[in-house]
Design a protein around this ligand. Sequence first.
Ligand code: NDP
Ligand code: 2IT
Length: 461
Amino acid sequence: MTTASPSTSETLIHSENPSVQAFMTDLIKKTPHETEFHQAVREVAESIFPFIDANPVYKTAKIFEQLVVPDRTILFRVCWADDKGQIQINQGYRVQFSNAIGPYKGGLRFHPSVSLGTFKFLGFEQIFKNSLTTLPMGAGKGGSDFDPKGKSDVEVMRFCQSFMRELSRHIGANIDVPAGDIGVGAREIGYLFGQYKQMANEFTGVLTGKGIAYGGSLIRPEATGYGCVYFVEEMLKRNGDSVKGKTCIVSGSGNVAQYTVEKILALGGKAVTVSDSTGYVYDPAGIDHDKLDFIKELKNVKRGRIEEYATRYGCQFFANERPWSVKADIAFPSATQNELDEQDAATLIKNGCIAVGEGANMPSTLEAIEVFRHHKILFGPGKAANAGGVAISGLEMAQNSMRFHWSREEVEAKLKDIMARIHAQCVAYGQDATGHVDYVTGANVAGFKKVADAMLSYGII
Ligand code: NDP
Ligand code: 2IT
């Protein structure tokens, strides 16, 4: 699977709203080369500027201008020795974006494609997402250009230890609480937490996504995927519909994709695709529990390629393609940013797609989102639809503070309730006079308002 072309700088700047156009021109001048960040800001600005015009108190205090500048950006060198004894050098990042409503909170991504612009886009989105969860969490994001693919477990451990030796200076249970993202799962969190614990000589909830044996929360691995399907179920429910009986296409085959497929199955839908960076598999019979177990083993333990699914189950593998041309009712882009472009969106609409739940962060290009909005399909943007993961991270922090843990049923009930509340906030701020809900506007404005109100209370800092 290849990623789609990101938006051009012309698309990023041009807007019907002259204030947005001026703002974007200035932002791009001040932060050249951070294209993904510009894209994330542009999507939010389009919703927020009319809201700010209607509520000038935010304009006077220059809240949005403040929000696009991270509180702090930390860049650091990560040196480690590979299995041959050769010295390897990677770039480490932590962008502490905003702690207006709680400690910085957000995942770590290990992927060779990352740049500062990647972490700024992810950290910026996290501000609104974390606000929507209703929990007290600020926003951050970080990681490295380290590529875990093809590395031995010991190499990954050495890298994680070196990464944490520096990161540990900047984080803490009440300061900044990282978690997983692409390339950072249970294995990496274990190594990172072990190193932090050893250095700090304290056992605190400094990371989330921890193993159950050492302070993790039940349902955290499942939470992003389950939450995304719950969010889509909420959108459909408002239209008197449900996931039951629906054909779904899912991209990715990592953490988010796996548990998206699992919850689609639980709600009576049928997932027919999964993908990875090499292509996608189409299984018209649907991915059942046994096949899903195969995917989990393949991706989480053997760390193999998704083509092996096609070989094992006798279905088609499409090398270097994305799954959006498969006819389906619902699409769940759950791999990475800019994986669904304008053409893909048009194809989905042509094939009768009625809903999209963004499991990934910013998987749809700006042009693709415009297509979805124009056709008024149910479009759940990532900062709302995939907020279940960080929400359960928030509950992991709460359980760590209480030195207690809730049962699987309790946590899942809370997840379901949080996703329903996020949906309700989107409706409250995104519904027009005809009753149509623009979930992009709803998520952006609802997420912004809480953070902005906190910032107003603090005065000029
Ligand atoms: P994983 O590393 O578990 O899985 C990532 C999946 O996406 C893999 O199938 C991977 O393929 C594919 N992928 C990654 N990068 C690319 C790329 N550049 N091009 C094509 N395919 C790619 O990550 P997660 O499942 O945790 O994350 C997936 C998405 O969900 C990301 O956008 C992440 O930010 C977002 N997200 C994650 C949350 C979480 O709790 N984990 C919470 C909210 C959002 P391959 O194996 O070949 O690399
Ligand atoms: O994008 C995200 O919300 C995540 N990767 C999860 C962050 C977290 O702190 O659990």
